[in-house]
Design a protein around this ligand. Structure first.
Ligand SMILES: Cc1ncc(COP(=O)(O)O)c(C=O)c1O
Length: 389
């Protein structure tokens, strides 16, 4: 019996097997059809790989996952609805009540909120190592999971990844590393021994400031441990966003190469200007962690922080005068944007807290995009105001 034509059209079964799209089709469907009960049963027993429901798995989502895994040199990856969904999937997937979680104090503020305000309510013992502290030395045999990131926000300090990995291995702890700021083009944490890599794919991976997404990548075994948390917390990426992420990834290598070059040029220019009090960029030999960065990064990234004028008011004036560079939170997109850390990531933190984090009130954080470096430098030049006499 042939099916009515409308039924075929509505069920999306009319695809021509000779039509092989170059790009990944968007499987914008919440659920998938089965021929009969036997096929459904084969799916449930694992005898047949397939698709049941898009909160569990989806072909467009899987295409993005395969690309991300290849970029990180991982056996497997999963993508999530945001970087925070990736963080919660990883931490709820790997930790139980009574476990100790050690986190670097120099991590994304949202991750700190997650561990302090949620995980601790479920009996996870959270120990924070203040920014600048020795994270490797803080790992103990009681430590189940260690979470850190490098370069850090906004001072772009670089933690020695191998040293933390070595401490984790000695104590049987699982290491999770947020690689958002570097991108896999500039840093491959799994190659350095990290167990699980996380990204806010909202940033460099997608790269166009139009998608919120997250990533976890690692061995098949660790991804199998965290994947159920994504399924039951419910944080899988939407198929359309997965398509956009896959498209963004196609240009990651050229974007990052250009952003590295431009950031290095901008940082050098800022460092040579007397109106700029300090420049923080791991690619500058004057950066305190330049040697660490050289030993573990393939490029120094597109983030540059600088300090001007000594006060928040002075930094605000520079910030407000920018014309080409946008004033916005986030990073990693093709448009250059700037933020004031004391009004964003470090808002409301007292002087002692700022000092501990190495953050000053006159800091401006720049995420370098794809504009011509001369145009960015011209904008910074006019925004910095009259040259010092
Ligand atoms: C380093 C870092 N990690 C994680 C996140 C959280 O990612 P998302 O905003 O995609 O949830 C961010 C977001 O700003 C970030 O900068």
């Amino acid at each position: 019996m042939t099916k009515p034509e409308t039924d075929v059209i509505h069920r999306g079964e009319g695809a021509n097997p000779d039509a092989r799209p170059l790009t990944t089709p968007i499987y914008q469907t919440s659920t998938f059809l089965f021929e009969d009960a036997a096929q459904l049963e084969r799916y449930q027993t694992g005898e047949r790989a397939g698709y049941l429901y898009s909160r569990y798995e989806n072909p467009t989502v899987e295409a993005a996952e395969a690309k991300v895994a290849a970029l990180e040199g991982a056996e497997a990856a999963i993508v999530t609805a945001s970087g925070m969904a990736a963080a919660s999937t990883a931490l709820f997937g790997l930790l139980s009540a009574g476990d100790e979680l050690v986190v670097s104090g120099a991590i994304y503020g949202g991750t700190l909120h997650l561990v302090h305000e949620f995980l601790s309510r479920f009996g996870v013992k959270v120990r924070v190592v203040p920014a600048g502290g020795d994270l490797a030395a803080a790992v103990a045999s009681s430590t189940r999971v260690v979470w850190f990131e490098s370069p850090t926000n906004p001072t772009l300090r670089c933690l020695d990844i191998r040293a933390v990995v070595e401490a984790c291995r000695r104590h049987g702890s699982t290491s999770i590393f947020d690689n958002t700021f570097a991108s896999p083009l500039n840093q491959r944490p799994l190659d350095l021994g990290i167990d699980l890599v996380m990204h806010s794919a909202t940033k460099y991976l997608n790269g166009h400031s139009d998608v919120i997404a997250g990533v976890l990548a690692g061995s098949r075994a660790i991804i199998d441990r965290v994947a159920p948390a994504r399924k039951f917390i419910g944080g899988i990426l939407d198929p359309s966003a997965a398509y956009a992420l896959s498209r963004g990834l196609k240009t990651l290598a050229v974007r990052v190469a250009r952003q590295n070059d431009t950031a290095q040029r901008v940082a050098r220019w800022l460092a040579a200007d007397s109106r700029v009090r300090a420049v923080y960029y791991p690619g500058l030999p004057s950066h305190p962690d330049h040697a660490v960065a050289r030993a573990q990064m393939q490029g120094f990234g597109g983030m540059v922080t600088f300090a001007a004028g000594g006060t928040l008011d002075a930094a605000r004036a520079v910030f407000d005068r920018l014309k080409l560079i946008g004033r916005a939170a986030s990073l990693g997109g093709v448009e250059s944007i700037c933020s004031l850390p004391v009004l964003t990531s470090h808002y409301g933190i007292d002087d002692a807290g700022l000092e501990a984090a190495g953050v000053t009130r006159d800091m401006i954080r720049l995420s370098v995009g794809l504009e011509h470096p001369d145009d960015l430098i011209a904008d910074l030049d006019q925004a910095l105001g009259a040259p010092r006499s």
